[in-house]
Design a protein around this ligand. Structure first.
Ligand code: SAH
Length: 271
């Protein structure tokens, strides 16, 4: 069985509260062949007795866990970020089951790093955290009490990934390079500024539409080149509206170059 892909998949716990849960997460990861644990603002004693007791043979994962002070920093180099929630609101759709998401996670993990993001025990991931995720997963569970224990939720996702690897049902690598989170966030910032400028977004609540766009692009799985093209289009439209249609037409008639879009070659813009 080829487990090497699992090393490209990391579990990110955002503001976990209980060291015992963090230890239990390390154990679940060890059981299922994952090894990279990332903690965003963990409690001080996250490597203490309680955590080590719950981690058992996963103590090495706890020992090597990386810590960050923001989710944004923790996921910066990731090609795919999967958020988890037991109660997605109406703006958070579509939501996948763990089994549905596995092919995309493993295909991406062949060439890139993937983050599985889990929220704090008390409140779960907030909207700002969920906005940073490309896709959302909900573990089907009883309506009477849908919220799983943090480590058990981690276990369900890790199990599905391990089982797919064990069955050798790993999709082939995609030849496309996913954009990393930093590039994608820069694009959203450009897009939001631009859509505010043209009056498309409600300045009181720009996130309503921005969230829908994030879901759309998250589903599409943008490549680095596609992000450059989209940013180039935004820049070109801005330039066109500021400098006037005439200038653009004249430069085309004269066969002169258009404004080169940001980080985009002329070839990219045509393609
Ligand atoms: N009390 C919170 C639940 C937090 S449980 C609430 O009501 O939202 C801690 C974390 O475990 C969640 O943030 C999520 O990452 C994960 N989790 C728990 N149940 C889940 C489920 N059914 N599907 C997906 N993730 C779940």
């Amino acid at each position: 069985m080829d487990q090497s892909l699992l090393t490209n998949i990391q579990v990110v716990l955002v503001e976990p509260q209980h060291p015992g849960n963090i230890g239990a997460v390390a154990r679940a990861m060890k059981n299922m062949g994952l090894s990279r644990l990332v903690l965003v603002n963990p409690p001080e004693n996250f490597r203490g007795q309680e955590a080590v007791r719950m981690a058992l043979n996963g103590a090495d994962i706890l020992e090597k866990a990386q810590t960050f002070s923001s989710l944004e920093a923790a996921i910066a180099p990731m090609g795919l970020v999967i958020g988890t929630s037991c109660r997605p609101g109406k703006e958070r759709f579509p939501v996948y089951t763990p089994r549905e998401i596995v092919p995309r996670v493993l295909a991406t993990a062949r060439t890139n790093r993937v983050a599985l993001v889990f929220g704090p025990e008390r409140s779960g991931l907030c909207n700002e955290h969920l906005d940073l995720c490309h896709l959302l997963v909900r573990i089907p569970s009883s309506e009477a009490f849908p919220s799983l224990n943090l480590a058990q939720a981690v276990m369900v996702l890790c199990y599905e990934l391990y089982a797919a690897c064990a069955q050798e049902s790993i999709p082939p690598a995609s030849c496309m390079v996913p954009a990393d989170t930093v590039q994608v966030e820069q694009m959203y910032a450009d897009l939001q500024d631009f859509l505010l400028q043209i009056g498309f977004l409600d300045p009181q609540n720009p996130q309503r539409i921005m969230r829908a766009l994030r879901r759309l692009f998250g589903r599409a799985g943008l490549t680095s080149r596609e992000v450059s093209i989209l940013r180039g289009i935004i820049r070109q439209v801005r330039w066109y509206s500021e400098r006037g249609h005439q200038t653009a037409t004249r430069s085309r008639d004269l066969g002169t170059e258009r404004l080169p879009p940001v980080e985009t070659t002329a070839e990219d813009a045509k393609g």
